[in-house]
Design a protein around this ligand. Structure first.
Ligand code: DGP
Length: 122
């Protein structure tokens, strides 16, 4: 599938500094920042700096360095936020059925309260 990246999406604007963010961690290829509408006491979004729409796009086209850095940042944020003991959930929504609102790859890190079952029955 060919991916079309919208360079005007909200997270692209966060990456250019056009929209402010509460940064948790920044590296060469990755930015982690607090979600504006937190769903849990800890709600951090991790995004690659490159123009990738969703996880499979990233996994297909990103460099090894970008993929390594992205995954390391997710783990590092979990440690920085002290989540190892209590646990956490990672979510990456994609496309229509995943109900992805912002079309720039992001992984949600959610923690700080019991999060319930992963999905409610339809
Ligand atoms: P998703 O549905 O997976 O695409 O989640 C998008 C998330 O992005 C949602 O939890 C709210 C968050 N969000 C939307 N706009 C902004 C913003 O301007 N700043 C921040 N920090 N988060 C945003």
């Amino acid at each position: 599938m060919a991916y079309t990246y919208d360079p005007k999406n909200i997270f692209a604007k966060i990456l250019t500094g056009e929209i402010p963010n509460k940064t948790v961690l920044e590296t060469e290829h990755t930015l982690a920042f607090r979600d504006i509408y937190p769903q849990a006491p800890v709600h951090v979004l991790v995004i690659p700096k490159g123009a990738y729409v969703c996880y499979d796009h990233f996994a297909q086209e990103a460099s090894d360095a970008e993929i390594l850095d992205f995954n390391r940042v997710i783990g590092e944020v979990c440690r920085m936020e002290g989540l190892e003991a209590g646990g956490y959930r990672l979510i990456s929504n994609a496309g229509r059925d995943g109900v992805q609102e912002v079309p720039h790859l992001h992984v949600h890190i959610l923690a700080g309260r019991p999060l319930g079952r992963m999905l409610e029955k339809a």
